[in-house]
Design a protein around this ligand. Sequence first.
Ligand code: AMP
Ligand code: MN
Ligand code: MN
Length: 319
Amino acid sequence: MNKEKIQSFGDQVQRAERILVISHTRPDGDAVGSLIGLGLILEEMGKEVNLVLEDGIPKVFHHLPASDRVFRESAGVYDLIVVVDCSDIDRIGNVLDDHGEPDINIDHHPTNTRFASLNMVQEDAVATVEMIYDLAVALSLPLNQPIAEALLTGLITDSLGFRTSNVSPKALRTAAKLQELGADLPTLYRKAMVEKSIEAVRYWGLGLAKIQLEDRLVWTSLSLEDRKLADYTGRDDADLINVLSTIKDTDISLVFVEQTKGTVKVSWRAQTGFDVSKTAIQFGGGGHKPAAGAEVKGNLERVQEEVLKATRETLTGRG
Ligand code: AMP
Ligand code: MN
Ligand code: MN
């Protein structure tokens, strides 16, 4: 983030009174942590802040401060609209209809489409929360324990518990600073990364029973029927993709999650040396080289076939 952009961000938030902060659908810990972290910073500055996620806050983040103040719809007119952790504007869903255009885009995805007036995109940030922490420090904005809890959650989840290849000494120093501000690292870690509901584990079981492995490619699917059988209320894979990506002697893992409305959510994870974000872009998605996603129109079987074909090409270097 260069100095001019940081200053422009500071000027715009200082001037605004009513601010909308939004992030992506099927929100992860970085989406939630960035949204709440920035929201609380702005509130501490005396701003009127609306926090909106089209899908609401997933249950695993209900322990976070202000999670009960995140709504599914925006309301009224805003002086400033900030989008966090979103690589393209379609990923916010429909929350901006009639409420204006995004002013500020804060994100770390290499596939970011620069959709706002001020685009702050830092590809080497481990998580968007790291950028928000840096902004707060650079502009001497308020930081306190609840803000630190939200920000540390994003850092823990996007780095899969500080084990992704992009974890830098700086990210670890940021985590230490957030801990010094009062964020309880072991508890936040356990809540976001370790604890699973019995429904989520049953859902995993249904996915794991169908696992397939072929030429260092491992994949499985979760149907709407599986969701019902397991009583799982989320629309995601309950993080099954990160279980598949632990399988030895594989290069790329995929999970296909059937959605209502005739689409399939695809998640890719890859070992160092592969770039699955390129494959995800072919299907209208995006992400990072080792972790990408897309929502693809079509039925489960057809999407699976097409995506596996394109992913095999990535694997053989032809993608
Ligand atoms: P996921 O597989 O959903 O955990 O996502 C892995 C990475 O890909 C994350 O960085 C997401 O932000 C990104 N991603 C997931 N779905 C999409 C999508 N539909 N469009 C763009 N990026 C996505
Ligand atoms: Mn995210
Ligand atoms: Mn992120």
